[in-house]
Ligand binder design. Structure first.
Ligand code: ADP
Ligand code: MG
Length: 598
């Protein structure tokens, strides 16, 4: 495990985020302390009633007693209510603020963060860690203060009324606290184990459903079923253990308060009959004191376990993006949330790699070594090569999703780091192999490309990628909901929309990374014809497996292991009869065979 710099009270790191809750926090603690102090008074009334009205058999001052008593119970209820309102406000507010902070910080993080951390991990940081912290700042704190005040107050009142009777009761408190904390530790552990099994079961269950087809085709239903049964059996055993532990815990709890009561009865034998009220008051306190002890032990346990959540959230909030704009760049170009577009130069589209070496932050090997390449403005550059040759890496570097380990990437003759990421990204269209849409309508998705696009521009973009037909065929046209991740559309349709979205931002540089690799031939043809139109007058980088897509490019790179092994136009490379020619003829023959078969 990595050592964490936040220590036990990592909460301090989060204080700036929580500053606006100072007033409600103080009010919550104040009302809860007051409510608890008022509550301590209730057994005092009981004592007075028994000692005075019952023992002496009079009813003088009874109306005053009644009024005071009512005032006390109403006051205690009112104060508790107010503190709960503040508690709730703090809980939801802290939740929201921390989630917003985490989410907006995630937007600034670079690609590499998402490579190194799974979606599940990030999701848990943003959702469950924040909610644990919110709970700690509100309910745990509120309860600890309420119960703490009650405990101290009750002890004081008991000591002041009858120290001899009070001491034995007080003496068993530490013992019960110890027993509780032992139980608590066991319970926390068992609960954690249950959570782990549970998430394993959910995961398997999800895979069982989403992968149903693969499971069937691999004929591994039997094994999946066995794994699943083993997990649920494990769950059953652990749940029973937890239930048994909880049962034992509450019996012990009961036993402890009965013990306290027994002590009072035993030691209280000598109290005179006229002191019957004191006796009864002690019984109330003795029984009522076990609950606060449990709560305080709980709160301490909560504070300890929430440390992990605090540390993890702090680690996320303190993760620095790998790619960071320099302060003077931010000063001039603005940041993601406050761009200063008035200072932005128009991007022309000259790209140059100058002696670039590159290794992924978590990678073992150097992917590019002393790599140099010029892509003049307006060129259509195609890159071909085996998987792992470094094609996508080149695209990542052009987009500045990563920065070179050595050397420079120049955009329009200037180091990309001299200008902001947003400036660059605003002029780049990027289409990947796996199309990515967001939940919402088709129109909303297209507007992500350019929020200011007019309906005419949207129409033209759809026209260009030949997506008009399929959108028109949908009942609600542009306002059709695409589902989570666009899953209500086919891959080909999604890809056409991604392409339209990329076109809408009117890019100066267009990058297509195997954009047609996972679509059918008809969609490929549509995209191909769109590419031919769109790339006129802009710089484009087309990474493709199918050579039919690259033969029209101005310049073709054939890469292997991060190096350029051949380059030239299609005709030149064919004439050279090298690797490109071999790739091309092989594919060409395959296509002809397929056609003949089809
Ligand atoms: N995010 C990453 N982290 C570490 N190594 C990576 C990452 N992406 C790619 N690589 C490595 O970089 C090399 C080039 O990969 P890539 O540029 O994706 O190749 P291509 O797109 O040509 O298939 C490969 O050896 C691959 O293992
Ligand atoms: Mg790739």
């Amino acid at each position: 495990m990595k050592k964490n710099p936040y220590g036990l009270f990592g909460l301090r790191r989060l204080l700036p985020q929580l500053r606006s809750y100072r007033t409600p926090l103080v009010l919550m603690l104040l009302t809860s302390a007051l409510g608890s102090i008022v509550d301590i008074g209730v057994p005092l009334f009981q004592r007075y009633a028994l000692n005075h009205f019952v023992a002496l058999g009079t009813l003088d001052s009874f109306p005053l007693f009644l009024i005071l008593y009512l005032a006390v119970i109403l006051g205690s209820a009112g104060l508790n209510y107010i503190s709960c309102i503040y508690g709730m406000k703090i809980e939801v507010g802290v939740d929201m603020d921390l989630r917003n902070a985490a989410f907006s910080h995630l937007q600034t993080l670079s690609f590499s963060y998402y490579n190194q951390n799974s979606v599940g991990y990030i999701h848990a940081r943003v959702m469950s860690d924040t909610s644990r912290i919110g709970e700690l700042c509100s309910w745990t704190l509120l309860n600890a203060v309420w119960q703490g005040c009650y405990l101290i107050g009750a002890i004081l009142v008991m000591l002041l009324t009858n120290a001899r009777l009070a001491l034995p009761v007080i003496a068993i408190l530490p013992v019960t606290a110890l027993i509780f904390s032992l139980f608590q530790r066991r319970l926390t552990q068992v609960n954690r184990e249950i959570r782990e099994v549970n998430s394993r079961i959910t995961g398997n269950f999800n895979e069982g459903i989403t992968g149903a087809r693969t499971i069937k085709s691999l004929v591994i239903e039997d094994r999946m079923e066995k794994d699943f049964t083993a997990d649920t059996e494990d769950m059953r055993r652990k749940s029973i253990r937890a239930a048994r532990l909880r049962g034992l815990f509450s019996s012990t709890m009961h036993f402890a308060s009965s013990m306290a009561l027994a002590l009072v009865l035993w030691k209280g034998g000598y109290i005179a009959a006229s002191q019957i009220g004191t006796f009864s008051m002690f019984m109330s306190y003795a029984q009522g004191m076990m609950e606060p002890v449990r709560w305080i032990v709980d709160a301490v346990g909560g504070l300890i376990t929430t440390q992990v959540n605090i540390e993890r959230l702090c680690t996320l909030l303190d993760t620095k993006p790998e790619v960071l704009d320099r302060p003077e760049v931010l000063e001039r170009y603005g940041d993601t949330f406050h761009p200063k577009r008035e200072n932005w130069e128009t991007l022309i589209g000259d790209i140059e790699f100058q002696d670039v070496s590159f290794r992924y932050p978590d990678g073992e090997e150097t992917v590019l070594e002393h790599f140099s390449l010029k892509i003049p403005f307006g060129t259509c550059l195609a890159i071909v090569g085996e998987t792992g040759a470094g094609k996508s890496t080149l695209a990542n570097l052009i987009c500045r999703f990563y920065e070179p380990t050595d050397g420079r990437v120049l955009i329009d003759g200037r180091d990309a780091r001299e200008r902001s990421q947003l400036w660059l990204h605003s002029s780049i269209g990027y289409v990947l192999q796996a199309p990515q849409l967001f939940s919402g309508t088709i129109r909303e998705n297209l507007l992500y490309g350019n929020p200011e696009a007019t309906p005419e521009q949207i129409d033209r973009a759809l026209e260009l990628v030949s997506a008009r037909d399929f959108v028109d065929r949908l009942e609600q046209g542009l306002d059709t909901d695409v589902g989570e991740g666009g899953d209500l559309l086919s891959t080909g349709e999604k890809q056409l929309l991604c392409f339209a979205r990329a076109i809408l931002c009117d890019p100066r540089i267009l990058i297509l990374d195997e954009a047609t690799a996972s679509v059918d031939t008809i969609t490929e043809q549509k995209i191909q014809s769109a590419i031919d139109t769109v790339i006129r007058g802009i710089t484009s980088v087309v990474i493709a497996h199918r050579l039919s897509t690259v033969r029209n490019a101005d310049w073709i790179l054939h890469m292997e292991d991060g190096r350029i092994v051949e380059q030239g136009t299609h005709e030149q490379l064919m004439a050279a009869r090298g690797g490109y020619w071999r790739l091309y003829t092989r594919q060409y023959e395959d296509e002809i065979t397929l056609d003949a078969l089809g």
